[in-house]
Design a protein around this ligand. Sequence first.
Ligand code: NAD
Length: 506
Amino acid sequence: MSASSRKSETIELMGKLGVKPEALEGGDLAVYSPTNGEKIADVKKSSASEINAQIEKAHEAFKKWRTVPGPRRGELVRLLGEELRAAKDDLGRLVSLEAGKIPSEGAGEVQEMIDICDFAVGLSRQLYGLTIATERQDHRMMETWHPLGVVGVISAFNFPVAVWSWNAALALACGNAVVWKPSEKSPLTALACQAILDRALKKFGDAPEGLITTFIAERDGGEVMVDHEKVALVSATGSTRMGRQVGPRVAQRFGRTILELGGNNAGIVCPSADMDMAVRAIAFGAMGTAGQRCTTTRRLFVHESVYDDMVAQLKKAYLGVTIGDPLSSDALVGPLIDKEAGDNMEKALEAAKAVGGKVTGGERVDVNGDASYYFRPALVEMPEQTGPMLEETFAPILYVTKYSDFEDAIAMQNAVGAGLSSCIFTLNVREAETFLSAVGSDCGITNVNIGTSGAEVGGAFGGEKETGGGRESGSDAWKAYMRRATNTVNYGTALPLAQGVSFDID
Ligand code: NAD
């Protein structure tokens, strides 16, 4: 498929999704499709004053939205889910065009948006607090949860639409306004989401103007939002480097953050593992999305008794996997996002070789010429955990190291900065339960006989240590989008003080 037809497909898809062609021309931010490296749009970036005005407006909208009953707020999220169902095929394809995901992953990302909308609709009727036993006679103590304010969402290129929906669906149900800064590498899917949302807002009827909006900007525009005192919560998804900048800036003004940062996720393969299941789970976890998921499997610790068998099976998978243009083939591995990502992959492989790593795969594959960056995923046998294995390289590289002692395997799994996702393959209940216990994996996601990637919306999503500690999506992650008040009511005639303190002014 030629470059110009990619551009015309973009215009056509955007049109179907509700974005006018004018929005794709004449702007100051060039957008490229990683599928063939061609420029597909020039979109307009917002200035600092435009971003500030948008946030002020969102704050005004919040003051109205917080008084709307929760289930009515849920109705807006339900309508968004309906619009997403109707747009699933087109939006999924646009994700493939702009982020390079294979079609089933592009569609899967939109399905995740629909799922979180369903979750948040139910949640809008369940924003409950506790009633707590009080030590004082004729008193009642309880918790109430209130809307927080404007939620600023910063998202990464690799989940260009799902991360926004995780935040937006919960934030809206919880009574907040939302301002979104998508990645500068994936602004088109964001403009499409805003158009989809605008249809839901229209059907809803009386949502305050400016309640949920998007602006296109690079890092400096993100910083404007990060520093704005009317943004009560900054939910930022991206690299640990970004989190190190955003976290302290928001803390400086006592704002709140949800930080969803980098991962360096590992799996452990034990002697009793179901090898066939493990190979398939690891292949998807490590090579899927061309290694560009925060939860991608990047390290593997394999027991010495099954090491040779596992490595042989993985090598076969790595040398056989299909690499190609996600828009015109049924390949399983698409492109890296850009040249920088390709350079980082090559540098990491060189560094691994320098410390004794034996590389299978990893070579650049010519799919659509020099302007696109397709690589065969790399399997690297490492004599020990060292060098680039200790850091996240956002590319399909899987480092494999042998272990003999189970405790050592857990120690190696935990010995990196990031703490997002982890998994173990074993049929031994002691190993499985130890891995899940307090002395096991230190990650936010710990799986047994499932790979590291592919979480469902029902669970809280996020990780520890350099992954930032934030939680989004399911379980009680909604609490981060609300403020808690502890209320104590005295319905008696006396005024007993807590802890038996007396302060008698007679
Ligand atoms: P990135 O950090 O380069 O950019 C992410 C976003 O942060 C972009 O929108 C960018 O403009 C913005 N940004 C960067 N610096 C900023 C600053 N100082 N102030 C405000 N905004 C700023 O990340 P990327 O390359 O787009 O995405 C890949 C990274 O994201 C990987 O490290 C991956 O693990 C991580 N990620 C994490 C999760 C998670 O849930 N933990 C999910 C997806 C991606």
